[in-house]
Ligand binder design. Structure first.
Ligand SMILES: Cc1cc2nc3c(=O)[nH]c(=O)nc-3n(C[C@H](O)[C@H](O)[C@H](O)COP(=O)(O)O)c2cc1C
Length: 179
């Protein structure tokens, strides 16, 4: 099912009373977002997953949020290690986004790229558009997910600014120069 437009002759647009999960997902497919690999390491071991539910919270102190499904295999490691890196992907990272998108063993995910360390133990992706090195400051449950509020303790930016984005259930390249 796709997001259903309202009839053109209705003003204002009609709203469905209680959106189904499918209707919500179809509507959210229209929200384009940068694709990140969220990674961690520490006493609970390495883990990483593909994420689009990443957002700035405030710049004072620098804080971002990550929404993580509690059913994901990476959940215990993310929470237990208490640190994570948000690695914004560049266009060439499309295969990595698929690999970290689920059902692939952890060692296979990490073997597909090169990593380095920053201030925390969280793996920083070589060639990422940006890597945010973070400590998890708070975690808030919301339905099936946990919202991780992350204090940013380090930032590494690549020279190139092209971005891999996810929109309408497909990957796209966002060029550095606006048209
Ligand atoms: C484009 C894309 C975006 C995703 N965004 C998120 C996200 O923001 N939060 C999340 O919990 N899972 C997200 N996922 C799913 C996770 O990547 C996946 O559940 C994770 O790798 C765990 O899978 P596993 O349980 O097989 O390890 C996304 C997947 C894809 C392909």
């Amino acid at each position: 099912m796709t997001c259903q437009p309202n009839p053109a002759d209705e003003q204002p647009p009609r709203q469905t009373a209680v959106p189904t999960r499918a209707a919500f997902r179809d509507a959210m497919a229209r929200l384009g977002a940068s694709v990140s690999l969220v990674t961690t390491d520490g006493p609970f071991g390495p883990a990483g997953f593909t994420a689009t539910a990443v957002c700035s919270v405030t710049d004072a102190p620098p804080t971002l949020l990550v929404c993580l499904n509690r059913q994901a295999s990476v959940y215990a490691a993310m929470i237990g290690n208490g640190v994570l890196a948000v690695n914004l992907l560049a266009p060439g990272h499309r295969p990595l986004a698929a690999l970290f998108g689920g059902r692939t063993p952890t060692d296979e995910r990490f073997a597909a790229a090169s990593w380095r360390r920053g201030h925390t133990a969280a793996p920083l992706l070589e060639g990422a558009a940006v890597s945010f090195d973070c400590r998890i400051a708070n975690a808030v449950g919301a339905g099936t997910h946990t919202v991780l509020l992350c204090a940013v303790v380090g930032i590494e930016c690549a020279a190139a600014a092209e971005s891999l984005v996810y929109f309408d259930r497909a990957f796209h390249v966002l060029p550095a120069v606006a048209d």
